[in-house]
Structure formats: structure tokens, C-alpha cells
Design a protein around this ligand. Structure first.
Ligand code: GDP
Length: 445
């Protein structure tokens, strides 16, 4: 899961606060201390953490809260707002449009940041969205860059241009862009050279390339493991090229990802995607509100539906597979939920998007067990009647004789059926506590 530790720290702090008998100052201080610790561990700048905590304290002070407002709820809301503020650059990125005019996108970043891999991921992502992308390798500095991008391009079946013999990156970029404009590609992605350190030669090359190619968007790629140091790196790149957006890579393996994201936002550069693995599909669109929702254990409904639309072919009936979590949570909804998770996988990534589900099926290191459990429950549900599946409160309908019938039909012991019904009850309860209708609206707005 993205930023597992940070998310776990924040949700644990919030649920401790919710369980406290009274939401007094002591409970609030403990909660905010825990949230601060989680943020600092993720390498978020101390000053930002201090300011955020100060704001939460002052907006949730009982003397300033309107009468009748639940303090726990107010704290939840205030933390959500502060985390969003921390990650919001206050600027919208350029978004390429399909069809008419070709969009030229140039990638810049230090060597090893994941630039070449991300170019291919970016191309593949946009092809799934209906673009006709192409890749140009203008990295003449690193031996092997040409072969790496070419290999990635052919794996993802994306047209590729590069040269073994030409040493001038500007010439290669111009030739590649012209070639693909003629071939009516509408997203031309140019990979450029990196260096191990920020150095003049790299910045000069970037300047020349961006002046010659006049890209619609320059994307700066940064490795999450550098945490808050991403602030200085992003500023240095912004000085030399018109950086319009950022992709933070390696968010799958680094505890400092939160620091990197907030540091980039502080340079007023929008993060558009995060890299979550070494493979082509491991690229997730980044949006502040849904991301914070996930961090706070509230799920990311839009992310789930997006991920879904990525993998479910157009000719399939998506509605059958996308669970509607805003209506009654029946066994049928739970079955759809499991089906989607199995379909979209990998389990970890997807489960964290479903509110109330992650903790139940995704305990760290127990993903396989979670998957087996879902499979078992689906087998059981396959033996249930339509009425049983669509009943709002199935536990009241499921008499002993019905349970025996279902157990026999599915070949599972009685206790598995009872366990499945209990699980349904637990998830329904978790979901009922969330403002899902509002969340779905926010996510869709
Ligand atoms: P470049 O020098 O900036 O072009 O970097 P590369 O694209 O060659 O990537 C450097 C290493 O980082 C490679 O081993 C990639 O597989 C790996 N990498 C890139 N993005 C990610 C990511 O999001 N997660 C993980 N775990 N590894 C990544």
C-alpha cells in the first residue's frame, strides 16, 4: 500500500481518539502527538507539521466550536483539511487532450530517479485512456538508456524513436517529434539525460532541449526516498526548465514518501502521478483529496473506479463489477466488491481504496490469507438465493435452516457461512460510519 506506515499511524491515532470516553484536551493532545510523530517519521518538514497541528488545535477548541458540533468529527475534518493543505500546491497541472494537436511532454530528473521507466508507464497509462502515445529517447549521456526505453516501449507496444549514433540530444528530440507528428501521435514523450548530481551540464542540456522542442509540459521526476530534500531538488530543476508537473516515484518502498510529496507541493508544483512499483502498470494518478482520504482510512472511491476502468475491457458490463458503496450494503454489494478486488489487483493497492475494508483483509504480510478468505466467501455466496443476496440485513434473514442449506450447497462448513455473515456485518458497520455519499460526490467533483 502507498505510504502504509503513515496511513497506519494516522488512522490508529484517529481511532484511539474515537474510542476515548470523552474527547477532552488530553485525548486530543495524544491524538495530535501521534499524528505528528507519523508525519515526522514520513520526513514531513517539522515547521509544516507544527503549523498543521496548531491549526487543528485552534479550529477544534471547544470554545470556538459551534454548539452541538461533535468534537471528534471536527478533529477528523480539521486533520483532513490540514493534510490536504500540506499537499496542495495551489496550482492545476496542464492536462494533455486527445486527438487534434499533438502534445509534447518532456521528462527531466536526476539519473536513477526512475525517469526512463516512468516515461514508458506514462505512455502506457495514456494509451489506456485512448491516446496515441510515442516515446523518444533523447538521453545520449547514459549508456544503455536507448536500449532500456526501447525495450520498455516494445513491451508496452508503444512506437519508439532513438539513435545509437547521433550524440546531439536536441537533434534526436526534434527528429523524433517530427516523425511522430507525421504519424499523427497525439502524445509525444521525450526522455532526457540525467546526471548523478545536479550539475551545470545537465541544466544547460535541459535548457537547450526545452527551447528547441517547446514542450507543452515538462515533468520533473523525483525519487520518494529523498523525502523533504525533494524541495531543493524541485526548485533547482524549476529554475532551469519550465517544470509544470512532478511525478514522485518509488512510493511503494519508502517511508519518506509523505515528506517528498509535501516538499514538492511547497514548491507550488502539482504532483500528477506517483510511481508504485517497477512495472509498467505501477503508476497511479495523484489527486490530493482522494489520496488523503486513503491515508485516513476513508478509501478512494474514484481511484477504485478509475483503476477498474483501466482493466475492465469496454465490452464488459462495468456496472456489474463496480460496487455501489453509497446504497444499501447487501451481500450482493460485498460480492461485487470482492470480485472487483480480485479483478483489479494487486490486492494491497486496491483494498486501500475501499473504505473499511483494508484493515480486515490486508493486514501486513497476510494478503494471501485475505485473498483466500474472499474466495471462500464468494463460493458461499454462489449458493445463496437472490433474495438472500439482496436483503438489506441478511443476518436477520439467515435462519439456521438457510445456513445449513448454503453450507451444503457450497461444500463449506457451517462456521464458514456464519463467519462470512459476521464479516458482512462488520464491513457494513464500518461503511455506515463514513460519509460515503459525500465522499463519492467530492471524489467526482
Ligand atoms: P532513470 O535513470 O531516472 O531513467 O531511472 P530508471 O528508469 O532507469 O529507474 C531506476 C530504477 O528505479 C530501476 O531499477 C527502476 O526499475 C526503478 N524504479 C522506477 N520507478 C520505480 C517505482 O515507482 N518503484 C520502484 N520500486 N522502483 C522504481
Amino acid at each position: 500500500m502507498v505510504l502504509a506506515q503513515l496511513g497506519e499511524g494516522i488512522t490508529a491515532a484517529l481511532s484511539r481518539m474515537c474510542r476515548a470516553t470523552v474527547a477532552d484536551d488530553a485525548a486530543l493532545t495524544t491524538c495530535l502527538d501521534d499524528v505528528s510523530r507519523a508525519l515526522l517519521r514520513a520526513d514531513v518538514r517539522f515547521e509544516s507539521v507544527r503549523a498543521a497541528i496548531h491549526n487543528v488545535k485552534s479550529t477544534t477548541n471547544p470554545s470556538t466550536l459551534p454548539p452541538g458540533v461533535d468534537r471528534r468529527r471536527a478533529v477528523h475534518k480539521a486533520i483532513f483539511a490540514e493534510l490536504c493543505h500540506m499537499l496542495d500546491p495551489g496550482k492545476l497541472p496542464f492536462t494533455p487532450t486527445k486527438g487534434n494537436k499533438p502534445n509534447v511532454v518532456m521528462f527531466v530528473g536526476l539519473q536513477g530517479s526512475g525517469k526512463t521507466t516512468t516515461c514508458a508507464k506514462h505512455a502506457a497509462y495514456h494509451r489506456r485512456k485512448g491516446f496515441a502515445p510515442a516515446l523518444v529517447c533523447a538521453d545520449t549521456f547514459r549508456a544503455g538508456a536507448f536500449d532500456q526505453l526501447k525495450q520498455n516501449a516494445s513491451k508496452a507496444k508503444i512506437p519508439f524513436y532513438g539513435s545509437y549514433t547521433e550524440s546531439d540530444p536536441v537533434k534526436i528530440a526534434m527528429k523524433g517529434i517530427d516523425t511522430f507528428k507525421n504519424e499523427r501521435c497525439d502524445l509525444i514523450i521525450v526522455d532526457t539525460s540525467g546526471r548523478h548530481r545536479q550539475e551545470d551540464a545537465l541544466f544547460e542540456e535541459m535548457r537547450q532541449l526545452s527551447e528547441a522542442t517547446k514542450p507543452d509540459l515538462v515533468i520533473f521526476v523525483v525519487d520518494a526516498s529523498i523525502g523533504q530534500a525533494a524541495f531543493d531538488q524541485a526548485l533547482a530543476f524549476k529554475k532551469s526548465a519550465p517544470v509544470g508537473a512532478v511525478i514522485v516515484t518509488k512510493m511503494d518502498g519508502h517511508a519518506k514518501g509523505g515528506g517528498a510529496l509535501s516538499a514538492v507541493a511547497a514548491t507550488r508544483s502539482p504532483v500528477i502521478f506517483i510511481g508504485t512499483g517497477e512495472h509498467i502498470p505501477d503508476l497511479e494518478p495523484f489527486d490530493v483529496k482522494p489520496f488523503v482520504s486513503r491515508l485516513m482510512g476513508m478509501g478512494d472511491l474514484r481511484g477504485l473506479v478509475d483503476k477498474f476502468n483501466d482493466v475492465v475491457p469496454d465490452d464488459e458490463d462495468n456496472d456489474e463489477l463496480v460496487p455501489d458503496l453509497t446504497g444499501d450494503f447487501t451481500l450482493k454489494t460485498m460480492r461485487q466488491m470482492f470480485k472487483s478486488v480480485q479483478r483489479v489487483g494487486p490486492l494491497g493497492q486496491v483494498l486501500s481504496m475501499i473504505p473499511g475494508l483494508s484493515a480486515r483483509f490486508m493486514e501486513k504480510g497476510k494478503e494471501k490469507e485475505g485473498q483466500a478468505k474472499m474466495k471462500r466467501y464468494m463460493t458461499i455466496m454462489a449458493s445463496m438465493t437472490r433474495k438472500e443476496l439482496e436483503f438489506t440485513n441478511p443476518s436477520t434473514l439467515m435462519t439456521e435452516s438457510r445456513i445449513v442449506r448454503v453450507a451444503r450447497g457450497s461444500g463449506r462448513p457451517l462456521r464458514d457461512v456464519a463467519e462470512m455473515l459476521e464479516e458482512h456485518k462488520r464491513i457494513a458497520k464500518a461503511l455506515s460510519k463514513l460519509p460515503l455519499k459525500k465522499l463519492a460526490n467530492n471524489n467526482n467533483s
